[in-house]
Write a new protein. Structure first.
Length: 116
C-alpha cells in the first residue's frame, strides 16, 4: 500500500514542475519524520510540532489518545484519518511552509504543526 502511494506521488511529481526534483530525492531516501502524539490535560500532547517541508511525516497516536481524538484532522492540509490503533499511522508529506492547526474531526483538542 505504501509503495503504491509512493509510486503515485512520484508520478505526480514527475509530471509536475522539474523544480520538484529535490522532493523526489528526499522521499526516495526514506527519511520519514516520525512523530508520537499522546493525550494530556484534555488535549493532544505535544501540541506544537515542528516539521520540515518536503519530507514524509508519520504520526502515531499512542494509547493515551482515546475516543474521537483518534480521528486526527489537519484541515488545511486535507489530512483526516481515524487511527484505530497505534499501528495505523497518519501519513502525509507537507509541501509548503506555514503553521497548520490540528484537532479531532469534530474540532476538539488543539495543536499546531509548524512546517519549515
Ligand atoms: Cu472530538
Amino acid at each position: 500500500m505504501v509503495s503504491i502511494i509512493a509510486a503515485v506521488g512520484a508520478l505526480i511529481f514527475y509530471n509536475g514542475d522539474s523544480s520538484n526534483n529535490d522532493i523526489i530525492d528526499d522521499v526516495g531516501g526514506g527519511e520519514v519524520q516520525e512523530i508520537n502524539i499522546g493525550f494530556k490535560n484534555g488535549n493532544y500532547y505535544p501540541n506544537t510540532i515542528s516539521i520540515q517541508s518536503g519530507k514524509p511525516v508519520s504520526i502515531t497516536l499512542d494509547n493515551s489518545v482515546g475516543g474521537c481524538f483518534r480521528s486526527f484532522t489537519i484541515r488545511a492540509l486535507g489530512v483526516s484519518k481515524y487511527s484505530k490503533t497505534t499501528s495505523e499511522k497518519i501519513t502525509f508529506t507537507p509541501t509548503k511552509a506555514g503553521t497548520f492547526t490540528f484537532a479531532c474531526s469534530m474540532g476538539m483538542g488543539y495543536g499546531k504543526l509548524v512546517v519549515k
